[in-house]
Ligand binder design. Structure first.
Ligand SMILES: Nc1ncnc2c1ncn2[C@@H]1O[C@H](COP(=O)(O)OP(=O)(O)OP(=O)(O)O)[C@@H](O)[C@H]1O
Ligand SMILES: [Mg+2]
Length: 452
């Protein structure tokens, strides 16, 4: 790699050659021009990092050339060379945007020194610009519905830290969108061209998890006929999503911790470590702090992964998102099923609003998918919503009604179990026979119907 490309403009070809040799030996790429037109052509063809321009060119002066150059790229630092050393022209050059000036004859070491400085400043300027760009950049979260304040906050935070390489810890009940957010973080990062590799730590048998994660050498164990890359290595230069990290077997936790500390993996049967450059995102629906207290999760690993926490609210705490989510899913399944459904009846919508959503957004998504598949009109009715598994009305029965329903069910089960033997049944319930009879009467239950 070169240290940068420098355009040198001077009508003295001997001086040009001297400067070229000096700069090239300092690892710079050099483009030279004796005339203004040549210089401007060079600018159009090449990306120039900085320029050295003689004040007194054949046709025009160096300041005009500098101004033309800055019209093409205002960030290019320019050092002006002047044979006359008049303070006025130097000051004018500086006022018009020159980085510095040198009086001929000059010490080539001085030129190099100034060039190094200008290049360093340019690197800093572009870094600052890049960082500013990061703050201003809006990510495209178009597939994530976030009308509620809670979700808005989540997305605002995500857009701030997505570009960093910091480990993200996503917590949320099942179906709250943990994987969706993990993918959005990856896509909002500089690693988006790299792979996104996800593994569900709860779904893979313990004895396979290690070889899945770290890979293995040929012959590492029976059946290892071919060396295989682990997920860490597959995610190199991308993102590794460790889902359900709370379910990771305890012994494996210390191995993961080591990888996260050293950024190196040892494939099974391999003595040499392999370097890995991955961004880690973990997710869990457990209270991991509690798991640490219970001794199920290593505290050191908890601290290592709990760097940037993201808490996804359950659907019951962001009900204002429901109607937008419904619209989103109508659109999604409409395309998939090639069906046009306009919306839900107000009664159907109300059912959705009253439901408690233990399965969160996924449950809502499934509900809409089912209703869309079943509907024969372009509007989804309350009946279709009720046919899905959501049972909101029951959940909100008044206490007295719920208690009666429970008692009746309980007594019925006792009668079935004891085949209508009231002594046994009342014993099991811890009730006097007389009281038990009272209860049976209240619910109109007949023991003799259960005798065999
Ligand atoms: N805010 C949202 N906007 C749009 N779709 C969402 C949103 N949140 C979740 N979903 C959708 O809901 C479904 C479940 O989301 P996801 O799989 O990311 O949840 P999860 O928290 O990982 O669930 P689990 O704990 O069961 O693994 C997905 O189809 C996802 O696209
Ligand atoms: Mg998930």
């Amino acid at each position: 790699m070169t240290a940068g490309k420098i355009l040198v403009v001077d009508d003295d070809s001997n001086l040009l050659e001297v400067i070229r040799m000096r700069l090239e030996s300092a690892k710079y790429d050099v483009v030279t021009a004796e005339r203004e037109e040549e210089a401007l052509n060079a600018l159009k063809e090449d990306v120039i990092d900085m320029s050295v321009i003689d004040l007194q060119l054949e046709k025009t002066d160096g300041i005009t050339l500098m101004e033309n150059l800055h019209r093409i790229n205002p960030d290019v630092p320019v050092i002006i060379l002047t044979a006359y050393g008049t303070i006025e022209s130097a000051v004018e050059a500086m006022r018009k945007g020159a980085y510095s000036y040198l009086t001929k004859p000059f010490d080539p070491r001085e030129l190099l020194f100034q060039i190094d400085h200008a290049m360093e400043k340019r690197r800093l300027t572009s870094e600052v610009k890049r960082l500013q760009g990061l703050l201003e950049e809006k990510y495209d979260f178009s597939n994530i519905i976030a009308r509620s304040d809670k979700m808005q906050k989540v997305l605002a935070n995500v857009s701030l830290f997505a570009k960093t390489d910091s480990t993200v810890f996503i917590h949320g009940e099942s179906g709250t969108g943990k994987e969706l957010i993990a993918r959005a973080i990856h896509l909002g990062s500089g690693r988006k061209e790299g792979p996104f590799v996800a593994i569900n730590c709860a779904a893979i048998p313990e004895n396979l998890l290690e070889s899945e994660l770290f890979g293995y050498e040929r012959g590492a164990f029976t059946g290892a006929v071919q060396s295989t890359k682990g997920l860490f290595t597959q995610a190199h230069e991308g993102t590794l999503f460790l889902d359900e990290i709370g379910d990771m077997p305890f012994l494996l936790q210390s191995k993961i911790l080591r990888v996260l500390q050293d950024r190196q993996v040892y494939p099974l049967g391999c003595k040499k470590p392999v370097d890995v450059d991955v961004r880690i995102i973990v997710a869990t629906n457990k209270d991991l702090q509690k798991e640490v207290e219970k001794g199920n999760f290593r505290q050191d690993l908890f601290y290592r992964v709990h760097v940037i926490p993201v808490n996804l609210p359950p659907l019951r705490e962001k009900k204002e998102d429901i109607s937008s989510l419904v619209e989103h899913f109508l659109e999604k399944f409409g395309q998939k099923m090639k069906k046009k459904v306009k919306g839900l009846t107000p009664q159907a919508m109300q059912k959705l609003m009253l439901h408690d959503w233990p399965g969160n957004v996924r449950e809502l998504e499934n509900t809409i998918e089912f209703a869309m598949a079943m509907t024969q009109s372009n509007i989804i009715s309350e009946e279709l919503i009720l046919q899905t598994n959501i049972q909101s009305p029951d959940k909100f029965k008044p206490f007295k009604e719920a208690k009666s329903a429970f008692e009746k069910e309980y007594l019925l089960n006792l009668l079935k179990l004891t085949q209508g033997n009231v002594s046994k049944a009342s014993d099991l319930a811890g009730k006097y026979r007389a009281d038990f009879y009272q209860l049976l009467k209240k619910y109109d239950l007949k023991p003799e119907e259960h005798k065999k």
